[in-house]
Design a protein around this ligand. Structure first.
Ligand SMILES: CC(C)(COP(=O)([O-])OP(=O)([O-])OC[C@H]1O[C@@H](n2cnc3c(N)ncnc32)[C@H](O)[C@@H]1OP(=O)([O-])[O-])[C@@H](O)C(=O)NCCC(=O)NCCSC(=O)C[C@@](C)(O)CC(=O)[O-]
Length: 304
């Protein structure tokens, strides 16, 4: 069956499990070796972009406190981009020292969320990014941008798509090569996601946008399909649906990588990822963490 013209031939998966997935894990600090093995397994499964760590304040996000050790421990596979979050210059300096391939800055479309997440206003966050952009450029490091709460905020409720578009445009103008649209608390529905994208893509070309959808209300796959039909070809996912957000109460993990892969495979859209290896990794990490698996596909396929 031929692929409908509205769908892309391939989708790039940005695996955020080791960062977004683990940053909010309750209980003990996850051993560095487990994080390292997770990243190695993900790259072995064919994921060519792994967000591996976060150079943020360990007081704010203790699970990411070993970012340098994680970066030092992984087997760097050729062709794989290992990225990390950097909220400020201190983070960027750590990331450069750890030889991160790419960094990501992050803000939000909601003032209240930005305050809770990075302790400043949206405007201040963008000002903080200016030296990051300059130093990253001088070091030949590409910068990805995240905009959170694009379909709703845990504190401010509904967010106007125009507000999302304005922050995205600012981040693009500053030099981010791609902007990832975060439905941080997973409240979106397909039509709402499409409408948001319609407005945002008037300010930022759709080829420069990615979808980063959490699955709190079980809508993430449907929302993804809706935006893929509108031209989105970069999708952020988390193995086993790991994760949540420390500053968004009740937020569950990102849409599970395996579930997205199964859907894309069914549509005949290429990703370069091996589903069986991914499912094995999914079962391995959930066993390591002693938590249930958030991927329906991994549960259906089971473990050997
Ligand atoms: C931005 C700050 C640092 C401001 O936090 P602050 O407290 O305003 O900053 P500060 O400059 O006063 O620093 C406080 C302390 O942290 C240290 N510090 C300061 N910066 C760093 C750093 N980079 N690395 C290590 N340490 C750092 C700094 O040295 C100081 O240490 P002290 O002097 O008290 O000992 C803080 O709010 C922070 O780290 N926030 C991170 C929050 C976070 O990681 N959130 C999760 C990621 S975003 C997300 O998940 C959403 C996303 C991207 O997935 C998309 C979506 O789903 O929507």
């Amino acid at each position: 069956m031929a692929l409908p013209d509205s769908l892309p031939k391939s989708v790039r998966i940005v695996e955020v499990g080791p960062r977004d997935g683990l940053q909010n894990e309750p209980g003990d600090i996850i051993p560095t070796e487990v994080k390292v093995e997770l990243i190695n397994r993900l790259s072995d499964a064919g994921l060519s972009y792994v967000e591996a760590a976060s150079f943020v304040s360990p007081k704010w996000v203790p699970q990411m406190g070993d970012a340098s050790a994680v970066m030092a421990g992984i087997n760097r596979k050729s062709g794989v981009t290992y990225a990390a979050l950097t909220p400020n210059m201190k983070g960027l300096e750590g990331a450069i020292e750890a030889k991160v391939d790419e960094v990501a800055v992050f803000s939000a479309a909601s003032e209240a969320f930005t305050q809770k997440n990075i302790n400043c206003s949206i405007k201040e966050s963008l000002e903080r990014f200016t030296p990051i952009m300059e130093t990253a450029k001088a070091n030949n490091i590409r910068v990805r941008g995240y905009v959170s709460t694009v379909l709703g905020c845990p504190y401010n409720g509904d967010i106007a798509p125009e507000q999302v578009a304005a922050v995205c445009r600012d981040m693009l103008d500053m030099g981010c090569y791609e902007i990832s649209l975060g439905d941080t608390i997973g409240v979106g529905t397909p039509l709402k996601a499409k409408k948001m994208l319609e407005v945002v893509s008037k300010s930022v070309p759709v080829e420069k946008l990615a979808a980063h959808f959490h699955d709190t209300y079980g809508q993430a796959l449907a929302n993804l399909y809706a935006v893929i039909e509108e031209g989105i070809a970069v999708v952020d996912t988390s193995v086993a649906g790991l994760g949540g957000c420390p500053y968004a109460k009740g937020a569950s993990g990102n849409v599970a990588t395996e579930d997205v892969l199964y859907m894309l495979n069914g549509l005949g859209i290429e990703t370069g990822v091996d589903l069986n290896k991914l499912v094995a990794t999914s079962h391995w990490i959930t066993q390591q963490l002693g938590r249930s698996n958030g991927s329906k596909v991994s549960l259906a396929i089971g473990c050997e």
